[in-house]
Write a new protein. Structure first.
Length: 359
């Protein structure tokens, strides 16, 4: 009697992947229909609702595929989204806008550190809300999640926060800009630095004027490039924490079992491979942007590549939603949303102040 063949890892992922793709297949067109919300937000909401309605999708049968989507598809989405960046377009923004972009970046990240500590919002949630506010919303949250392996609840909270204040910005920025008598270039710089998600930047910019929308998009593209140093910094900090924890275990082991234990433990610890320090998805992101800048990615491909990137990130966040427990959100309370509100106001006001100072 022949022994049945074991299932391959790929076939084991199939049930979970099918569930993810079905839900993402519904979220993507809805996101295109309501771009201010976007497919990724619909995806994580659909994932949470499906997990509540059908708890069996969280069983071990579906877990391999869901885990694969939440990690691998997330990383792949960042690579594909890199094809939308052109260094030539970034150069056209000019040095005059860099102080505003770098200043708002510092305000968001510094504010996340300070007010996160004051509010008791720490670790992954603090990082993701800060990075999402500072750089480019959902894409930045996805990149940071891939770099540090953030908790599901932190991803959900960060996305909810970014979504909430994107809606507020789209509704309030254009009338405020007219009230302040801002030029199209000034408004484009304000929208590009103070609104998080690309679709919301586009909506607010073109609601003001055609030239304001064009300026806002280029500023947003330039702002997206700061993903590279930010992700490298996050990885370096993660490595530092891991090494510190390993040294603490060595000290405890040495105290409990003598110096021979310490020597054995230290000898088994190896230097971290370069892939830990420079994630492969970040290398892919830089390579994709380089190909686009070199003209190897034709303009005619960009809408399709943008759609592919949106589908991948929507599928990844759908998978995160499927594995999320509502209790994980309830435990955090309203403080992360309050942190997001403070950072949003800080960046929006800071952008205006910096513009008046450097203009």
């Amino acid at each position: 009697m022949r022994t049945p063949a074991l299932h391959s890892p790929r076939s084991g992922r199939l049930p979970g992947l099918l569930v993810v793709l079905v839900l993402a297949g519904a979220a993507v067109p809805l996101g295109r229909l309501v771009p201010v919300v976007g497919g990724p937000v619909f995806g994580i909401v659909f994932g949470v609702l499906a997990g509540l309605a059908f708890p069996q999708v969280r069983s071990e049968v579906f877990r391999p595929g869901i885990d694969f989507a939440s990690k691998n598809l997330l990383q792949l989405s960042i690579v594909v989204l890199g094809t939308g960046l052109s260094l030539q377009q970034v150069a056209h923004v000019g040095l005059s806008s860099l102080p505003v972009m770098l200043g708002t970046l510092a305000l968001a990240l510094g504010g996340a550190w300070l007010f996160g500590r004051l509010l008791g919002v720490r670790d992954d949630t603090q990082v993701l809300i800060g990075v999402g506010t500072a750089i480019c919303g959902g894409s930045a949250i996805a990149a940071a999640t891939a770099a540090i392996g953030a908790r599901r609840s932190s991803v959900a909270y960060a996305l909810a926060t970014i979504f909430t204040f994107n809606i507020v910005a789209v509704l309030t920025f254009p009338p405020l800009g007219h009230l302040l008598g801002m030029s199209p270039e000034a408004f484009g710089l304000w929208a590009g630095t103070a609104i998080n998600d690309t679709s919301s930047v586009v909506a607010a910019g073109y609601a003001y004027s055609q030239s304001a929308g064009d300026q806002a998009i280029v500023v947003k593209l330039t702002r997206s490039l700061t993903l590279i140093p930010i992700v490298l910094t996050l990885v370096a900090l993660k490595v530092r924490r891991e090494n510190r924890a390993a040294r603490a275990l060595d000290v405890q082991g040495a105290a409990g079992q003598g110096a021979s234990y310490h020597g054995a433990t230290a000898s088994t610890r190896r230097p971290l491979p370069w892939k830990k320090l420079v994630p492969l998805f970040l290398i892919g992101f830089i390579a994709a942007a380089g190909l686009r800048s070199a003209g190897a990615v034709p303009d005619a491909w960009l809408p399709t590549l943008s759609l592919i990137g949106t589908c991948l990130i929507t599928a990844a966040l759908t998978a995160i939603g499927l594995s999320l427990r509502p209790r994980e959100l309830r435990d955090a309370g309203p403080r992360p949303l309050l942190l997001g509100a403070i950072l949003w106001v800080l960046v929006a006001v800071g952008s205006l102040v910096l513009q008046s100072f450097f203009s």
